[in-house]
Design a protein around this ligand. Structure first.
Ligand SMILES: Cc1cc2nc3c(=O)[nH]c(=O)nc-3n(C[C@H](O)[C@H](O)[C@H](O)COP(=O)(O)OP(=O)(O)OC[C@H]3O[C@@H](n4cnc5c(N)ncnc54)[C@H](O)[C@@H]3O)c2cc1C
Length: 297
């Protein structure tokens, strides 16, 4: 947003309370996916929006976004055709922004792609493509581009209150963490893009402001590469609680997750709960030949 506004000639200040890209974004599965999990929920509008974002990002930042092949290993005869058709719909929805098309894999091809997949009961597989990106580099490049376009960009500068006049936000009170100084910035508009902390900021000085975010946390576990050698990710379309589980290669490791646990308040350094770790490891071991629980013991 800062890049967009600065490049249109607006005077822009971007302030971040901590390191750039420090928040929830740094804990994401590093995927620019087209919302495949929302396809199963039938939320086509959201899938279309995510596919468009994926396509735009791949075009605008080809040095940071790469194609990632996902395999859905199937253990029932009906899953191959079922997920195969679903992924064809996904391809179609992407339209001209489509990556490589999805397809069916035999049992042998599935095992070749994912040598560590659980072979017992494996029927076949479905392959499809999504994007993977380097979130931290993208955030830094965007900050640099915004600065190049004339924006003032600073981190370790927290917005501690929104300044209001006759009910309208007219500025922000900021605290420079390094200098320990506080100062006010008068502006025509303020974009509160603080993610899960959005209500915390809105409610400073306005305790009646209705919350717009329901706080929850999700975790990944990070495993050595031997759990998923190669460059292909695994997608498990339905866990016991009806969620999607992903195992994604990332920088010589494997990221596996995720969970969705409601929390009362947002914290900057959330801690994984034991039951979340158990849930992810229990599901991962069902689909992998190596058991992550042995790694932890
Ligand atoms: C495990 C996991 C899996 C996920 N999977 C997916 C997925 O598959 N698909 C998907 O679409 N999304 C997914 N998400 C969600 C996605 O990562 C988040 O929606 C997204 O990163 C939020 O980005 P953001 O910029 O809004 O917030 P953040 O990345 O949290 O950035 C907000 C920033 O605001 C700063 N800040 C806070 N308060 C202040 C203040 N007062 N003044 C100045 N700065 C402040 C924070 O330091 C932070 O850097 C996942 C998240 C997790 C944790």
């Amino acid at each position: 947003m800062a890049v967009d506004a600065a490049s249109r000639g607006y005077r822009v200040a971007l302030v971040a309370a901590e390191d750039f890209a420090k928040g929830t974004s740094s804990r994401s599965p590093k995927l620019v996916h087209g919302g495949v999990r929302y396809l199963r929920q039938g939320n086509i509008t959201l899938v279309l929006e995510a596919l468009r974002e994926r396509g735009r990002l791949a075009k605008n930042a080809p040095h940071l976004v790469r194609d990632m092949a996902f395999v859905i290993p199937t253990y029932n005869w009906w899953e191959g055709p079922f997920y195969g058709i679903g992924m064809k719909v996904y391809d179609q929805l992407a339209g001209y922004l489509e990556l490589d098309p999805s397809g069916w894999l035999s049992r042998e091809e599935t095992m070749k792609r994912i040598p560590s997949v659980e072979p017992e009961g494996l029927v076949d597989g479905v392959i499809y493509h999504d994007g993977q990106f380097d979130d931290a580099r993208l955030a830094i490049h965007l900050a640099m581009t915004a600065a190049e376009q004339g924006a003032v960009v600073t981190n370790y500068c927290r917005c501690i209150a929104l300044i209001k006049r006759e009910g309208r936000v007219t500025g922000a009170r900021l605290r420079d963490a390094e200098a320990g100084e506080e100062f006010e910035l008068r502006t025509k508009s303020v974009v509160n893009a603080t993610g899960v902390f959005v209500d915390e900021l809105r409610q400073i000085g306005d305790e009646d402001a209705n919350p717009v975010v329901a706080v929850s946390q999700g975790i990944h576990i990070v495993l050595p590469q031997k759990f998923l050698p190669g460059n292909t990710a695994i997608m498990i379309p339905k866990t016991s609680d009806g969620r999607v589980l992903l195992a994604v290669p990332w920088q010589n490791r494997v990221i596996v997750g995720t969970t969705d646990t409601p929390r009362k308040t947002a914290v900057l350094e959330p801690r994984a709960l034991a039951e979340e770790r158990d849930f992810v490891m229990e599901h991962a071991q069902r689909y992998l030949t190596l058991d992550p629980r042995m790694q932890m013991s």
